[in-house]
Design a protein around this ligand. Structure first.
Ligand code: HH2
Length: 284
């Protein structure tokens, strides 16, 4: 028994193995999105009712989600209303424990360490930080103490069309890794995410997908969430609900460029596209 496992209870031990266990699966992993918010950009208000949220979570699992990502605060760049940790927890409380019992690992999409701590107590197993450990100094320490993996997403306060977005991302991730090291969070707990649509022009989101392979130098799994995002409409004008085709195209190319995990709202279609692409790839 390792020194690490001897200091942890059985539940935490199991949680520590979550990322390696997920990565042992042979297929590209799909993280299904569940937004318990009134104002998310594509599905705001749909799953505020706990019964509707649980039904949607069950559907995502039946459709093939490997992970469920639950968020209670919209991170949309325009028009999202920041909420307090108490409000975030109040939205999650009626639903998170039931979702954590569905049998797939749950990740908590929050930038607040105290919300993440509460969610981990309720059965969540992964922290998804859209500020890549930069915003809340307690996030890295929390993940280190609980032995859970963290999705470290690239973000910026404002998009700047003049910058080299890949260089900015590399600098951002270097800082995230330094924060993790200082907090004692092992590097093998980290998943990197280019943050499609976050602090980026639509063109920069496209560049991030095209040059995703450059992130392989960090030696960590890459998660990509292009689902229904606005950059798709810059190429093909459409409402969020009409962006499944664009989402699938972006995700398949992201996988070709090294993505190991895809974050998606439309799980059935995403799993189908990934399976067909893999079946064709096997015949090469
Ligand atoms: N995108 C959104 C939210 N969280 N987390 C990661 N790691 N990567 C992403 O690309 C990502 C994310 C935005 O999508 P959604 O949750 O549907 O919208 P909203 O933030 O408005 O709830």
């Amino acid at each position: 028994m390792s020194a690490r496992s001897s200091t942890l209870g059985p539940a935490q031990d199991a949680r520590h193995d979550i990322l390696p266990a997920l990565l042992r699966k042979p297929h590209v992993l799909v993280m299904g999105v569940l937004n318990i918010t009134p104002d998310s950009f594509s599905d705001g208000g749909e799953f505020l009712d706990p019964a509707a949220a649980l039904a949607q979570a069950e559907r995502l699992v039946a459709d093939g989600a490997d992970i469920l990502d639950i968020g209670a605060e919209s991170t949309r760049p325009y028009g999202a209303k920041p909420i307090s940790a108490d409000e975030e927890i109040a939205r999650l409380a009626p639903i998170l424990p039931a979702i954590a019992r569905l049998g797939v690992p749950v990740s908590i999409d929050t930038m607040k360490a105290n919300v993440a701590a509460w969610a981990l107590d309720q059965g969540a197993a992964i922290a998804n930080d859209v500020w890549g450990l930069h915003r809340d100094p307690a996030m890295a320490k929390l993940a280190a103490e609980r032995g859970v993996p963290v999705v470290v997403m690239h973000n910026r306060d404002e998009a700047d069309p003049a910058i080299d977005i890949m260089r900015d991302m590399a600098t951002f991730f270097e800082r995230s890794i330094a924060i993790a090291d200082t907090a004692g969070l092992p590097r093998d707990s980290i998943v990197l995410d280019p943050g499609i649509g976050f602090g980026k022009t639509p063109e920069q989101s496209t560049i991030a997908l095209a040059r995703l392979g450059e992130l392989s130098r960090f030696g960590r799994p890459i998660l990509v969430g292009a689902s229904r995002k606005r950059f798709i409409a810059s190429v093909s004008p459409s409402e969020p609900r009409q962006r499944i085709g664009g989402s699938l195209a972006a995700h398949l190319l992201a996988v070709q460029n090294g993505a190991r995990i895809i974050r998606a709202h439309d799980v059935f279609e995403t799993v189908q596209a990934l399976r067909v692409a893999a079946a064709i790839g096997d015949k090469r």
